[in-house]
Write a protein that binds this ligand. Structure first.
Ligand SMILES: *[C@@H]1O[C@H](CO)[C@@H](O)[C@H](O)[C@H]1NC(C)=O
Ligand SMILES: *[C@@H]1O[C@H](CO)[C@@H](O)[C@H](O)[C@H]1NC(C)=O
Ligand SMILES: CC(=O)N[C@H]1CO[C@H](CO)[C@@H](O)[C@@H]1O
Length: 624
């Protein structure tokens, strides 16, 4: 019944995108945002599969400055089925939410030298929608739709088509990003393509890339962090599960995920569950310095999520972002329906396509060292086993490994960099699955360095950033922390030095931004918090978890997945909206978990070193 109504409804809103112009996407005023600096934004839907009512939502932010050339970063979160508004509002975007009504500036935002394009991918995710019988199943299909999206996006906004293009993201986007890159390179080589897209680099944070190494790494990481102890009962149980997993991998090494291997992670979380004041607790799989209520194990995290969901459901926000009425179900961080349909059963894992990509495009893999679900040991192992551009792993010449260069940022040891033959690996210490959530400014320095931003032409005070004590080329403008007089003076100096022509945007747009920014600088609020990635529904196994959950996706989290009926473009039932955890999206029927986690995270959310999880040993820096 709902279906019929639904179908009728979707036809009643025909071809919404057909005749839209850029002006239709302009975000005139974003509720809760500071009045200045005014950040230029466009948002709305682009139709990719009209036959299935498939519409992809994007949110675009214009850069603050241009150095040398114009750049665009396309950002994708994981899942599959998790919205890239996570990245927009909790990681790399210009704003963070201080509460559900107030946006504050993120002084580590990546829009300093790049236009940012957040895309809810694939259809059905976040604000995107599609008929409920037409979710995406495979990676190639996803990438085809992304190409259609980009063609239409650049038709609407041709001024960005010749930007240097980077694709960045985390978690399951470790599958999405290489596939999209491959499809872009193929598109560029096709006869008759008028404008090639300048794909210049990929950045993947705590990515799900290579099952073989990454499943093994669950146990290695658990031992290294002291989560599991060798030769104990829990360790033996987990090892038994590893053997089952290895058999599956031996039979077929071409899948993106394996149920019996996912179970390793479940086992680790279940076997290390503890009881604290009558409540069951487990490790937060996105940041093992933290604990969460069992069986959520991180799904309630990060704390900002409890603001993001209600904010993105405010009618005035929905309207400001031009969300089509056809998306009638309200924003959800992760869509269980999208995740469970995206089996990628016929897709090969992205590790198999990275070597080809590396002949044409530099790739940076970065890891937050405290993440378990896509942990750095797995990333290091997959790099070590991969052959590309005439060598294996990060070797410079046979037998000589690229050095790990210590990275000092703003007076602190931030991690290390290692690089060979177009592949760069960066480890972030003290960081979770969602690196930019924890250390936004460092993550931006990484981006600017990778993109080769050179601020010598525009002035500004560079950040303190050193590799092996060596002063690096000046990339990031770092002088804007706080609202101090010094910060304002520094900004003034920068503007004086810069001159308008330095901001070489031909149109007047950027001038407006710059002048507004100049008038009102000194406004940055520093807010560093921690955050995660994907998720997975350990919760489905619920308290009865003697046996590993079966149906959860590695995805890293399908928070909210458990209600397998995900309200999608189809269910037009307002009443259901109300039932949907408007507060913190969590697993239905697990109320007490929510409360417990709020308590816990109010403590855990504010700085990097308050983890209080106690159990694990610290830093892994030296042992890597
Ligand atoms: C690295 O990528 C560039 C493109 O940015 C390409 O021209 C070059 O051949 C690649 N290097 C190797 C060693 O393949
Ligand atoms: C500037 O900083 C001071 C001290 O931190 C603070 O009290 C004040 O509210 C800030 N002003 C603005 C406009 O953010
Ligand atoms: C605040 C904090 O935990 N800092 C640590 C970050 O990581 C480095 C390297 O492991 C440690 O030396 C710091 O103490």
């Amino acid at each position: 019944m709902a279906l019929a109504a639904l179908a009728a409804l979707s036809w009643a809103i025909p071809a919404v995108n057909a005749d839209k112009t850029a002006a239709d996407y302009f975000v005139h005023a974003l509720p809760g945002a500071p009045a200045t600096p005014f950040i230029k934004m466009h948002a709305g839907h682009i139709e990719v599969t009209p036959e299935h009512n498939g519409n992809i939502f994007f949110w675009h932010y214009q850069n603050r400055h241009i150095a040398q050339k114009q750049r665009t970063v396309l950002w994708l979160n994981g899942g599959p089925g998790c919205s890239s508004e996570d990245g927009g509002l909790m990681e790399i975007g210009p704003y963070r939410l201080k509460d559900q009504n107030t946006l504050v500036l993120n002084d580590g935002s990546w829009h300093e030298f790049a236009n940012l394009l957040f895309v809810d991918n694939p259809v059905g995710t976040g604000f995107s929608y599609v008929d409920t019988d037409s979710y995406t199943h495979e990676l190639d299909e996803m990438a085809d739709q992304m190409i259609i999206f980009l063609e239409k996006f650049f038709a609407l906004f041709p001024e960005y088509e010749q930007d240097d293009l980077y694709i960045a993201g985390e978690s399951y986007a470790g599958q999405h990003i290489p596939y999209i890159a491959k499809h872009i390179l193929e598109r560029n080589k096709r006869e008759g393509v008028a404008h090639k897209w300048k794909l210049n680099g990929l950045l993947i944070g705590n990515g799900w890339i290579s099952p073989a190494e990454q499943y093994q790494a669950y146990i290695d990481f658990a031992y290294e962090k002291g989560i599991l102890e060798k030769n104990t009962d829990p360790a033996r149980k987990v090892e038994a599960q590893r053997r089952i997993c290895e058999k599956d991998l031996a039979i077929d090494s071409n899948s993106v995920d394996y149920m019996n291997c996912e179970a390793i992670l479940n086992e680790i979380l279940a076997e290390t569950m503890t009881t604290n004041k009558g409540k069951q607790e487990c490790y937060n799989m996105y940041d093992v310095r933290l604990k969460d209520s069992y069986p959520s194990c991180g799904m309630n995290w990060p704390p900002d999520l409890k603001y993001v969901t209600p904010y993105l459901r405010r009618p005035d926000v929905v309207e400001a972002l031009h969300v089509d009425p056809a998306k009638n179900t309200g924003w959800q961080e992760c869509s269980g329906a999208v995740g469970s349909n995206f089996r990628a059963a016929k897709s090969i894992p992205s590790i198999k396509i990275l070597p080809d990509l590396l002949t044409e495009v530099p790739i940076l893999l970065f890891s937050g060292a405290e993440d378990l679900i896509c942990n750095h040991l797995g990333t290091e192992a997959l790099i070590g086993n991969m052959h590309w551009n005439g060598g294996k792993g990060l070797e410079l010449t046979p037998g000589t490994w690229a050095p790990r260069r210590e990275w000092m940022f703003e007076g602190e040891v931030a991690g290390f960099w290692q690089s060979a033959r177009n592949l760069t690996y960066v480890l972030f210490y003290n960081s979770s699955h969602m690196v930019p959530f924890d250390v936004a400014r460092r993550s931006r320095d990484m981006l600017d360095r990778f993109m080769g931003v050179d601020i010598s032409s525009i002035g500004g005070k560079p950040t303190d950033s050193f590799l092996d004590g060596e002063r690096l080329p000046d990339t990031t403008v770092g002088g804007q922390a706080g609202n101090s007089t010094a910060a304002q003076e520094a900004e003034q100096e920068k503007l004086d030095a810069a001159k308008w022509e330095a901001y070489q945007r031909s149109g007047e747009i950027i001038l407006v931004i710059v002048s507004v920014a100049a008038a009102a600088w000194g406004y940055w609020v520093w807010k560093e918090r921690r955050k995660r990635r994907g998720y997975f529904g350990l919760a489905q196994a619920a308290a009865s978890t003697a046996t590993p959950a079966t149906s959860q996706r590695r995805d890293f989290h399908s928070r909210g997945v458990s209600n397998s009926r995900d309200l999608e473009a189809a269910d037009f039932d307002e009443a259901k909206l109300d039932d949907l955890h408007v507060e913190s999206p969590t697993v239905e029927g697990h109320e007490e978990g929510v409360m417990a986690s709020e308590r816990r995270y109010s403590l855990g959310g504010d700085s990097d070193d308050d983890s209080g999880s106690g159990a694990k040993k610290e830093r892994n820096g030296g042992t890597l």
